[in-house]
Design a protein around this ligand. Sequence first.
Ligand code: FE2
Length: 580
Amino acid sequence: MLVLGINCAYHESAACLLRNGEIVAAVEEERFNRRKRAKASLVSNADELPSAAIAWCFEVASKQLGKEIDWSSIDHVGFSMLPEERFRRNTEHAHPYSPNAGDFGTVEGETDFRDRCLAVRENVSALGFGGSFHYISHHLCHAASAFHASPFEDAAVLVVDGIAEFASTTAYHGRGAALEQLWSVDYPHSLGFLWEKMAKFLGFSEYDACKVMGLASYGDPVAYAPHFARFVQTENGFRIDDGVVRFRNGSFRGLEEIFGVRKRNAPVSSYTKETEPYADIAAALQQMTEEILLDLAKRLRVETGSRCLGLAGGVALNCVANGRIAAESGFDRVFVQPASHDAGTSIGAALAIWHDRLAKPRRPVSASPYTGPAFTNEEIRDALDACEFSFEKIEDITSHVADLLADGAIVAWFQGHMEFGPRALGNRSLLADPRRESVRDILNDKVKHREPFRPFCPSVLVEKAGAWFDIEPQSGGPEYYMLRAVDAREGVRDRIPAVVHIDGTCRIQTVDRTMNPRYHELISKFEERTGVPVLLNTSFNDSEPIVCTPQNAIETFRKTRIDWLVLGDYCVSRNAREPA
Ligand SMILES: [Fe+2]
């Protein structure tokens, strides 16, 4: 039986194909259409299907099954939104101000959004789909992606994002194949929306939560905590005064009055005396968020009695908060869906159909994030033959690259199946030697062009992680997906300065031999040369989506000044190739 999960209601469009309950393929549309998040979240584009992602899922299934798979082969389609529910709840809500005309929150905007979502059912029928179409609660999809993809039989599940249909936060108890909803927090009380609005207040885009989190480590949370307390109530959950924040119109007047500083028109680009208040505001926001999430998690621990917790929703990408939840909430084990943002609801929609609608029992589901396209050495060779760079096939590629890295090179590392989710986890990564502090500036100069206050992250061999960082790694824990910040151990800071943040924390990825053997081998060989079982790992892109194909990789190599490009067993240099 083939079940296709689709996310395209808001943004981060993606598709996931299940065959008899197992993930055949899952991929984000942005990796194909080369637009970050695939599309903007508008009332007018919820019917823009992730067509390339779906086509690729069909291609993988066709190869696996040895026959042509297309829309007519699919038994069930899940779409991660309940359009009528969204329409009813949002049009009933009275805002204390006028939402932007024609946009979300207005009758006109909500009507457009609902109709676009409802059109998807017709559109896929027109493409040949003849099975059952399911509109599924957005948060149930997030929860299914965190619970059914986890190794847990019994777990509390917490979903935190901007908005689903109307809820911003929903708690579930997962047992066996069933997910029971416990409670929810509704709009406008939304941590996801608060982060979007505050990111804009600091001059960033609404999608720059990771920049706010990086900046927060430079600030003092104490100075602006009382200011937040004036419009965010944090006892027994959380409540946000939308009259101040005004989520659904462009005004920042209420926030400016409370904080006593103007909204920035340009992003904070560095930490200076002038930007200090904004770093302090970021720090207060981060600390308040951690406290709220920690309280919610502790509450769920009591309510469910479960020893395990699953997290999903865009806010679950906050690795600093995840670090505190893993360490302080009282749960023995925590799983964070690596694609916690909306892309992950494609996995959840498919799994929710399989378990919730079809009542199929749980079975071990791979939590591997490597569910995207892969390319053979022959396909890579064809792409290289068509480019201008000189290249060589290397017999022992991991030894060769370990030498390059130990010598200080920046290497683009392209291997195997692409990651699903926003983090590059060693298959579409830029790698460097973490012992060299200067490598951060070199990376920013040659490729990444990131703000200096944003940290670079380490990948560490899982069996060595406890010696280097304050952590006892758990199989499949958030540290597997670079979604947990931990302290570097005493004496480590000086040995790997390029990957330790200003506050002494590291957003680590533990690398497991089973999950990614080649990356594990590379880091092991780097350790043989240097005594350090750690590499700096950042995503292989400049400002575009992470590279997907060998052609994307060559293009990014061409427009940046990365020293070496390694694709499969091929090592590409910046030198022009001799004419044949
Ligand atoms: Fe979401």
